[in-house]
Ligand binder design. Structure first.
Ligand code: ADP
Ligand code: MG
Length: 264
């Protein structure tokens, strides 16, 4: 049975095969040019449709994740960060820790690449098909406190428990209110062993009691976080300051051969 062009377009629309619909003539030309069999042609059409759907899903998931900036693993200079094991980071980037409901805790002083790695790992997780949400610790705490005050805490906790990976950035820059620590504990308990947390902090684990402002709640939180966890300790100087110093050095040494202009 042959279909009228309009009818065919309508059917493809109804089946949500929009890539095939929009590129049909081109795809059929390509199939003819490559002398594909009917079976191979169907394969080609499916391939393009899947590619378009994957692209859309990734675009959508990246916007839902609310990353504060674009960073990826390829842009991370491991040579500049010898305290990190590239193998460990690449393993984390596979997302296996998410499948296992484990936690990842990148810890270290400011500027050493914690947020960069958090975004890069989150991005890889999305490519692997996981849902991700990125949130600053201070925003998270304010959101929980507000929901609590408005009597919507259960809904809020349910919403924040959903993403397969929740990235909480910059824990420890501000200490928590005692009530906030308790709300944070509830979130950790909800996600425990089901969905993963990635928490970056400039404080060593031993100082988290101070961060949460309550040693009992801190212990309860750490108990769950550390049970199945990957602690990634990063040492060294701020990458940003190091870059600045390097640029400064170049300027301060006019007798040296001119270096190529630095990009970025
Ligand atoms: P932190 O979260 O630990 O304070 P960031 O991840 O925000 O640090 O890093 C500060 C800046 O330096 C960012 O722009 C980040 O992309 C960059 N950066 C840090 N470490 C590296 C690295 N090893 N390779 C490439 N860029 C880096
Ligand atoms: Mg950061």
């Amino acid at each position: 049975m042959t279909a009228e062009p309009d009818h065919l377009e309508q059917m493809l629309t109804r089946l949500k095969l929009t890539a095939i619909r929009d590129q049909l003539d081109g795809l059929l030309d390509e199939a003819a040019r490559r002398e594909l069999t009917l079976r191979e042609t169907v394969g080609l059409l499916c391939e393009r449709e899947i590619a378009r759907k994957d692209e859309r899903r990734i675009e959508m998931a990246l916007s839902i994740a609310k990353f504060p900036f674009v960073r990826d693993l390829a842009g991370f200079d491991f040579a500049a960060q010898p305290s990190l094991d590239p193998k460990q980071i690449r393993e984390l980037a596979t997302g296996r820790f998410i499948a296992n409901g484990e936690a990842v805790l990148p810890l270290g002083p400011p500027g050493v690449g914690k947020s960069h790695l958090a975004v890069a790992i989150g991005r890889e997780a999305i490519l692997a098909g996981y849902t991700v949400l990125f949130i600053q610790a201070t925003t998270l705490v304010a959101t929980l406190a507000k929901a609590h005050a408005d009597g919507r805490i259960d809904d809020k906790l349910a919403q924040l428990a959903k993403p397969k990976l929740l990235i909480v950035d910059e824990l420890g820059y501000l200490p928590f209110e005692p009530n906030a620590a308790h709300l944070f504990f509830q979130l950790v308990a909800r996600r425990y062993e089901r969905n993963s947390l990635l928490i970056t902090s400039n404080r060593a684990i031993g100082e988290w009691g101070t961060v949460f402002g309550d040693p009992v709640v801190a212990t309860a939180i750490l108990d769950r976080l550390l049970h199945h966890s990957h602690v990634v300790t990063i040492r060294g100087d701020s990458y940003r300051l190091r870059e600045k110093r390097r640029a400064g050095l170049l300027k301060a040494a006019p007798l040296q051969p001119r270096a190529p202009a630095e990009s970025g």
